[in-house]
Write a protein that binds this ligand. Structure first.
Ligand SMILES: Nc1ncnc2c1ncn2[C@@H]1O[C@H](COP(=O)(O)OP(=O)(O)OP(=O)(O)O)[C@@H](O)[C@H]1O
Length: 967
């Protein structure tokens, strides 16, 4: 094998020869190659032919399954390498992404220090220095703080005269001059009647204390009473928070004490005093150690995790938006590899982020981190991280633009940071208390919302921050208990279960979406070979056989017969006669962009209407057409970006509908947009990535990188990052990527649009060279490009092929005839018109069809209409006859621009039914106006938007190509 490699020279045609003489094709390769005697083999085919012996034996044993697994593994690894390189090189962004917990935790720590410095902590009510109000604990306060005058009312229950006078006596005993004892009220006989009395609007807040006498027998059983206390009455308006925190401590307790002393005195006849003393128990050790993290903790954690949502979802959607993922799919990317690499990448970043979070929390001595088991912390954060990954993929599956993805993520951030803490506890508590079927369902739905679950989990871990609670430990873990709505264990398990469901939903939505290339059928999970994709080629092979035998009518699509044109008819015949050695056969191809899924509707847009064309080996077919004509759609279908609605395309006899996996290996595609979009990767790394995705083996990569870089003359920039590339260099790199694996058929979609003439000429040289070994389909708006490069030219308009043939054929058929420019010899400016007229008349005597178009200061312009093309010999003879009077002369056939404009106008007339195509907007208006390469786009076909590229700049460009060819 190594010997063979060494003998393979860099020139692709020679590669083919040598390899074919030194190897007999591998059995599986024969199934891919359609041509019985192909002229050339691609690098990929050579690769397959040489094949790794080990993989071949394994392949025979385990079949396609192993190959598929291997391809998935390789692609995943290379995508991960790409992610790693991009992350390492975007140091700032990656560092922020991973290290942001340090900032957040530091910010909380600063707040904590500031609050401590200004003594603003709300806790520590246990310290007696907070009691700035001058009351002793055993004295009943004269008045509630902040109120004046008649401070509070005492009421007896039952409100009889006996008990009322008893309370009046007590008020005097306790030294409450401002207290009023409510008068006797016969309606108040027990606690219930007192409650209803108090609940009436006018009585509310009228009574602070009520003493309910349940037994009053001084001589016998003694006194039993219940003290009722009205919390609503209480006002903190003029008190500091610390004073207001314990009304029980300084109001209820003294009242109870005073009542007890009063009744004890009554019973004993002594002057009884219960001295509670002013020494309350010392504060709980934790109370002075309150941490602000207990208030802001969950919010900070939500913010840290939400950053991942913003960054990851934008990253995924950007790849979707700039169509790089779709392109990778065209090259051969397996969806499973794409997601596997992304999930691994996201998991690594989130894991590092969690580690940084735990370490920084520990370093700043927040109790949640210092006292809780690290594993419990990690589990809590990791389960939410897992849910975040699923959520990112879900957002990316439904959102089309990165802007929208960022908006959605920010919305998620706001909701999770603000609403989850507010809603979670409240909702769970309410629903838990009220055990109705509806509440149970709502509860189950809430349990599926991961931020709510995360909040619950964090609250349990964070409880220790208040300085009172104990940290959560493994021994506390239980599935349910009576006090918690969702236990920590259950919360984490539910998070994993529901996040897995998010994942499944996200993958499904992503798989059926067309945003990343051809989406799968919505019912694909029910089709075994769509689930186990390695079975698909096998099924398709049998399906093809059946399809060949029976006629399946196109129920969904009307037929689009070819236009009535001799060249088109000839092309259709050639299409039907084409054998499997034809690089490209496009048969009745239709693309309908549906307004609604599945069903046809008048609002659908049919972009390609029964396209027929073929490309021969080593032929370059130029596809011209106005904006929106359907050129890109056609080649997108051929390269697997879109699925055709009807018709088929064959690449070396293999169908794009059923054998795309084979077609991909034989084709290369350079779309309109650049595909080297990973700014931090170098040119070589781009080629390495796409080559690995395309299926080249690892030992082939080095040579492939070298060859492809050399193809497009980027050797000096091979190790430069794409971010430093000019537009032309990016375009060349995109072309190099399309040449990976030396495909036998290449699609180039406007490869030179927007480039300066020198770069354009360089790209033409690359294309011309590539034509020696591949068939090429090229779309362009440059007539010169088509003239220079195209072996044949097809002009599309309104989704249909309007004409096809060589440049000369089209000019002859659709041009305005011949144009002759003559410069009379020795004519002075004054009699120029006379001389020209004389010369014209002499020519017209022989060829009366000749028309005098114009005369300027030095030249005259005459033309021979195309109807008189057969009079060219006579015309030349007439000019020969007057050559003594002619200085310089040029004769030329109509330009391709004339052809383009004529065809475009005619097709517009056909589409819109105008009899006189000259009435239609002049498609050529932009020609003179545009002196820069055309770069505009139109979303819908409009002749007014036609703007072919400017005239071919100079001979210099041709010389550049020739010299670079020679080089
Ligand atoms: N995904 C889509 N959904 C709906 N319409 C689409 C879609 N893609 C393309 N079209 C429409 O199909 C038509 C053909 O588009 P296409 O890109 O093939 O034109 P084109 O000939 O390549 O034009 P240009 O020269 O501007 O690149 C356009 O009118 C376009 O708006």
């Amino acid at each position: 094998m190594a010997d063979t490699d060494a003998t393979v020279p860099h020139e692709p045609p020679k590669v083919t020869e040598e390899v074919r003489t030194s190897h007999s094709p591998a059995p599986e390769f024969q199934t891919i190659r359609s041509s019985p005697t192909p002229d050339k083999l691609t690098t990929l085919e050579i690769e397959e032919e040489q094949g790794n012996q080990f993989m071949r034996i394994m392949g025979l044993v385990f079949g396609p399954f192993l190959r598929e697994c291997w391809a998935i593994l390789i692609q995943t690894v290379f995508l991960l390498v790409k992610d790693a390189l991009v992350s390492i090189r975007s140091v700032g962004a990656t560092a922020f992404h991973i290290l942001n917990p340090i900032l957040f935790i530091f910010a909380v720590w600063v707040i904590q220090q500031a609050l401590a410095a200004f003594d603003l902590f709300p806790a520590s009510y246990g310290s007696d220095d907070k009691f700035s109000v001058d009351y002793q604990a055993y004295d009943v306060p004269v008045c509630t703080p902040g109120s004046s005058g008649n401070c509070y009312t005492l009421m007896a229950i039952p409100s009889t005269s006996t008990y009322t006078s008893l309370l009046t006596e007590f008020a005097s005993y306790a030294g409450l001059p401002a207290a009023t004892v409510a008068p006797v009220n016969d309606d108040i006989t027990d606690a219930a009647s007192f409650d209803s009395y108090m609940s009436s609007e006018e009585k509310r807040n009228s009574t602070l204390f009520a003493v309910e006498f349940t037994s009053y027998d001084l001589a016998g059983a003694g006194v039993e009473y219940v003290l009722h206390y009205d919390q609503n009455y209480w006002t903190c308006s003029s008190m500091s928070a610390s004073e207001c925190t314990s009304p029980y401590e300084w109001l209820e307790l003294p009242m109870l004490n005073a009542l007890d002393a009063f009744f004890a005195g009554k019973i004993t006849g002594l002057d009884v005093t219960f001295d509670l003393g002013d020494n309350l128990l010392p504060p709980h050790p934790g109370q002075d150690d309150f941490q602000i993290f207990s208030v802001f903790g969950s919010m900070v954690l939500f913010a840290i995790f939400s950053i991942h949502t913003v960054i990851f979802s934008a990253q995924i959607v950007t790849e979707k938006e700039n169509r790089i993922r779709a392109y990778m799919k065209v090259v051969g990317l397996r969806t499973i590899s794409y997601w596997a690499s992304f999930i691994i990448y996201m998991s690594v970043i989130i894991t590092l982020n969690i580690i940084v979070l735990i370490i920084s929390g520990w370093c700043f001595r927040f109790r949640m981190f210092t006292e809780t088991n690290v594993l419990l912390l990690f589990v809590c954060f990791a389960t939410y991280g897992y849910s975040i990954i699923a959520l990112c993929i879900l957002i990316a599956a439904v959102v089309k633009t990165s802007r929208l993805a960022s908006l959605a993520s920010f919305a998620f951030l706001i909701v999770s940071c603000v609403l989850a803490p507010m809603a979670s506890g409240l909702l769970f508590a309410i629903l838990q208390n009220d055990d109705t079927p509806v509440n149970n369902v709502v509860m189950k739905i809430l349990e599926a919302i991961s931020p709510l679950l995360f909040y619950q989990n964090v609250e349990k871990l964070n409880a220790v921050s208040d300085g009172v609670s104990d940290p959560l430990t493994f021994s506390d873990l239980e599935w349910t208990n009576d006090t918690e709505e969702v236990t920590f264990l259950r919360g984490n398990v539910l998070m994993i279960v529901y996040s897995t469901i998010y994942f499944i939903v996200a993958f499904y939505l992503d798989s059926i979406s067309d945003a990343n290339g051809v989406g799968k059928h919505p019912l694909w999970p029910l089709i075994p070979w769509k689930v186990f994709t390695f079975l698909e080629p096998l099924v398709n092979r049998y399906w093809n056989r059946i399809r060949g035998r029976i006629h399946i009518p196109l129920l969904s699509e009307p037929a689009w017969p070819p236009l009535d044109d001799e060249d088109i008819h000839a092309e259709v015949r050639a299409v039907h006669e084409a054998g499997p050695d034809t690089p490209l056969v496009v048969k009745d191809l239709v693309k309908r962009f549906r307004k609604f899924p599945v069903v046809r509707s008048p609002k659908d847009f049919v972009a390609v209407k029964g396209m027929n064309m073929m490309v021969k080996p080593n032929e370059l077919l130029c596809l011209l057409g106005p904006n929106g004509a359907g050129k890109t759609t056609t080649i997108s279908m051929m390269s697997g970006l879109f699925a055709p609605t009807a018709g088929d395309g064959l690449v070396y006899g293999r169908s794009i509908s059923t054998e795309m996996h084979v077609v991909r290996k034989m084709t290369g595609m350079c779309p309109q947009h650049d595909v080297c979009t990973f700014q931090q990767l170098t040119a070589s790394e781009h080629i390495m990535l796409f080559a690995a995705i395309k299926g080249l083996s690892i030992r082939q990569l080095r040579r492939e990188i070298k060859d492809r870089i050399a193809d497009v003359n980027l050797q000096d920039q091979a190790r430069s990052r794409v971010s430093s590339f000019s537009g032309g260099m990016r375009r060349r790199l995109s072309i190099a990527i399309s040449l990976i694996g030396s495909p036998r058929l290449i699609f180039l979609d406007e490869p030179t649009t927007g480039l300066d003439p020198v770069v354009r000429a360089a790209i033409w040289a690359i294309i011309m060279k590539q034509k020696e070994q591949s068939a090429i389909v090229l779309t362009t708006h440059s007539m010169e490009e088509a003239d220079v490069l195209g072996d044949r030219i097809a002009i599309m308009a309104f989704g249909r092929n309007r004409c096809i043939g060589t440049s000369i054929r089209l000019k002859t058929r659709f041009g305005a005839g011949y144009k002759i420019v003559l410069s009379p010899k020795d004519a002075v400016e004054a009699d120029m018109a006379t001389v020209c007229r004389e010369l014209y008349q002499q020519i017209a005597q022989s060829v009366p069809e000749v028309v005098l178009d114009s005369v300027d200061q030095r030249t005259m312009h005459i033309s021979l209409p195309k109807e008189a093309n057969d009079r060219v010999p006579e015309l030349l003879a007439a000019i020969e006859a007057i050559k003594a009077r002619i200085g310089d002369m040029a004769i030329e056939l109509s330009t391709l621009e004339d052809v383009f404009i004529t065809v475009a106008k005619t097709s517009q007339a056909e589409e819109f039914g105008s009899d006189d195509k000259d009435d239609l907007p002049d498609a050529s208006v932009d020609l003179s106006a545009s002196q820069t390469p055309y770069n505009g786009r139109s979303e819908h076909p409009s002749m007014g938007n036609m703007a072919p590229s400017p005239a071919w700049q100079s001979d210099h460009d041709l010389e550049t190509i020739q010299s670079s060819d020679e080089a």
